[in-house]
Structures are given as structure tokens and as C-alpha cells.
Design a binder for this molecule. Structure first.
Ligand SMILES: NC(=O)c1ccc[n+]([C@@H]2O[C@H](COP(=O)([O-])OP(=O)(O)OC[C@H]3O[C@@H](n4cnc5c(N)ncnc54)[C@H](OP(=O)(O)O)[C@@H]3O)[C@@H](O)[C@H]2O)c1
Length: 339
């Protein structure tokens, strides 16, 4: 017991020391270029929390501070009340930082718009896209960020295993329905948020809904592998259109992603300390997303995988073009693009 207490104290002290002394990365080298966001329309899924919220804040902040005309940031969120609350906080934070407050209307400070989007419902994705196509004359950047992590076995409204349904299929349909708008707005970009955990997944075509067996970690990893295969296949299909698509892993970030993970009450304080000391903050974790959404360094770059604003190598399983094509074809049938 005494040894455990001493170890916990040492870990706490070490964590606190490291936390106090480590460099705070607010913007990685070659990071966001505000000039490129001038008057651009950006759609971010899951923008009310964690990485999506930090990405929205940073794109708005850059636009509001440095530009005459800020970006129009659309938050695609499943819960309108939570999204409006997050949008209100973002507007207040911006105005406290001395920037003109972005309203729901056009203006010099940029715009922050909330739209309802539940990626666990194909009906909701279709309704959202219909509204987008009716109301938005352009879309310069689509950021497929929303995600669900290691939830208990659940199905989407359409009967898909939840993590595959939200992380891959919902975004697959969303992207396909918005491709025309992205093409007519070219040069435009698609940014996909995956995870390094893709390494532990495989696309088991014979049981995509995990009806035979369900392992929540495997299914999360599988959905994140699907994000990468989707990106590479889409990049191939988009060649010559001036629409690029890249995928990233953000690192380990302190967000609400672990909401389905049970941490015993007694261990919680230690976990919180470790996460404060060693995990990235949301704004640190969002840097690669912001980089891919805005930097001129990646203009014309497509089908690549990034971490910490640098291209990284993928395992062969994520480079398998035949699997990527097969997954694309099956996904088209599953979401009803092809019958
Ligand atoms: N945090 C990390 O360490 C880490 C590491 C690797 C990859 N990632 C990836 O980063 C992305 C962002 O996650 P995060 O860490 O920022 O977690 P987060 O704080 O939990 O944010 C996830 C967002 O996704 C939204 N979402 C979940 N289900 C949805 C649905 N059915 N329809 C629409 N939106 C939905 C959530 O909305 P609600 O708030 O309404 O639930 C929330 O806005 C995810 O794709 C995740 O896989 C995160």
C-alpha cells in the first residue's frame, strides 16, 4: 500500500513538473495560414466538443483577428442545444480576446453557424446535405471530425454497428452528397480525422455490423482504418478535380471521446493528472487538422496521412487499394447511393 501511495505521489509530482515545464505547442511549424481562410466556408462535423470545437475556434479566431472577411464556419452537430451552447461560448471567447464577435450573420468577423447533423442516421445526413445545398453557395473545406469511441454494442437508426456507422458510413454519405458543391468550389479540401489505432483494425467484410461478435476496441480501430481507406480511394477518384482529401491522426488528446470508458472512482484523480500532464490539449491536437484545412504547404497534396503536421507512412493494410475499392463499393450499397 505504502509503495503504491509513494508511486502515485511520484507520478503526480513528475506529471506536475513535466506539465509546468513542457513547451506548450499552440501552433506547430507550418501551421494555419489565415490568408487562405479569407471568405472561405468550412464545415466541421462534431464541432461542439474536443478537437472539432478547437478547430472551429482557431479557424474563426484567425479569420476574425487577421482578416477583413472571416471564415464562415458551419458546425454540423447532432444535438442543437449543445451546439448552440458551444457556439455561444466560442463567440464570447472571441470577443473577450478582443476580436469582433462572429454572429450568425455575414460580417467582417466571420460567421459561426449551427446545423443539425446526426451521423447515426442516414435520414439526418440526407436532410442536412439538402439544407447545405439549398443554403450554401460554396463549400471550401469539409472536415470529417465527429467520432464515437469504444461504445457498448449499439446500432444506428439504419441498423449499422454504431462506430462503423458514425465514424465511417455517416461521413461516407455526407462527403458523397457534398462532392458536387466541393467540386464547384474548387480548389477545395476534405480533411478526415482518423487515429493511429487504425493499426489494430481490419475490414472484416463478412461481419461489418459485428453481429457475430463485438469487440469495442477492434470496431473503433476498424472504423479508423476505414477512414484511411476511404481517403485514399476518394483521392484516386478526385484526381484532376482540384479537390484534395487527406487524413490525419491527432495524437492522444484530452477531450470527451472517452465518455463510454469506465474509470473507477479511486483511479480518476490519477488518470486526470496523467492526462493533464501527458495528453495534448484540444488546440494542440487540432493543429494538424487546421494545417491540412488551410496551409499552402499542402495545396494540391492528396491521399496522404499526416501527424503533427507532417506526412507519415502507413501500414500496408491501410495502403491496400483492392480493399479500399471493395469497401467503397460496399459502403455505396449500405448507404443507398447504389442499390
Ligand atoms: N481524443 C483523442 O485522443 C483522439 C485520438 C485519435 C483520434 N481522435 C478522433 O478525433 C475526432 C474528434 O474526437 P474528440 O477527441 O474531439 O472527441 P469528442 O470531444 O467526444 O468529440 C466528438 C464529437 O463527435 C460528435 N459525434 C458523436 N457521435 C455523433 C453523431 N452520431 N452525429 C454527429 N456527431 C457525433 C460528438 O457530439 P456529442 O457531443 O453530441 O456527442 C462530438 O461533437 C474523432 O473522430 C476521434 O476518433 C481523437
Amino acid at each position: 500500500m505504502a509503495v503504491a501511495t509513494a508511486a502515485a505521489l511520484l507520478a503526480a509530482l513528475g506529471g506536475a513538473l513535466w506539465l509546468a515545464t513542457r513547451p506548450r505547442v499552440q501552433q506547430l511549424p507550418g501551421g494555419a495560414n489565415p490568408g487562405l481562410m479569407h471568405g472561405k466556408t468550412v464545415l466541421i462535423t462534431g464541432a461542439n466538443s474536443g478537437l472539432g470545437r478547437a478547430t472551429a475556434a482557431e479557424l474563426l479566431r484567425l479569420g476574425a483577428r487577421l482578416l477583413r472577411l472571416g471564415a464562415r464556419v458551419i458546425m454540423g452537430c447532432r444535438d442543437r442545444a449543445r451546439a448552440e451552447e458551444a457556439a455561444g461560448q466560442l463567440r464570447r471567447e472571441l470577443s473577450q480576446a478582443g476580436a469582433p464577435e462572429p454572429g450568425p450573420d455575414a460580417g467582417r468577423a466571420g460567421e459561426l453557424v449551427v446545423k443539425e447533423l446526426d451521423l447515426a442516421s442516414l435520414r439526418s445526413v440526407r436532410a442536412f446535405c439538402q439544407e447545405m445545398l439549398q443554403e450554401e453557395p460554396r463549400l471550401d473545406v469539409l472536415i470529417n471530425n465527429a467520432g464515437i469511441f469504444q461504445c457498448p454494442y449499439m446500432k444506428t437508426e439504419d441498423g449499422f454497428e454504431m462506430q462503423f456507422g458514425v465514424n465511417h458510413l455517416g461521413h461516407f454519405l455526407l462527403t458523397n452528397l457534398l462532392l458536387g458543391l466541393l467540386k464547384s468550389s474548387a480548389p477545395s479540401r476534405i480533411v478526415v480525422v482518423s487515429s493511429k489505432l487504425y493499426k489494430y483494425g481490419d475490414i472484416n467484410f463478412e461481419d461489418l455490423n459485428c453481429e457475430q461478435s463485438y469487440n469495442k476496441s477492434f470496431c473503433y480501430s476498424r472504423s479508423k482504418l476505414a477512414n484511411i481507406l476511404f481517403t485514399r480511394e476518394l483521392a484516386r477518384r478526385l484526381e484532376g478535380t482540384n479537390v484534395t482529401v487527406n487524413v490525419l491522426h491527432p495524437g492522444i488528446v484530452r477531450t470527451n471521446l472517452g465518455r463510454h470508458i469506465h474509470i473507477p472512482l479511486l483511479v480518476k484523480p490519477l488518470f486526470n493528472l496523467v492526462s493533464w500532464a501527458f495528453f495534448k490539449s484540444p488546440i494542440e491536437g487540432a493543429q494538424t487538422t487546421i494545417y491540412l484545412a488551410s496551409s499552402p504547404e499542402v495545396e494540391g497534396v492528396s491521399g496522404k496521412y499526416f501527424g503533427d503536421c507532417k506526412e507519415e507512412e502507413l501500414l500496408p493494410k491501410a495502403m491496400d487499394d483492392a480493399i479500399a475499392r471493395k469497401l467503397w463499393d460496399i459502403s455505396e450499397v449500405m448507404v443507398g447511393i447504389l442499390k
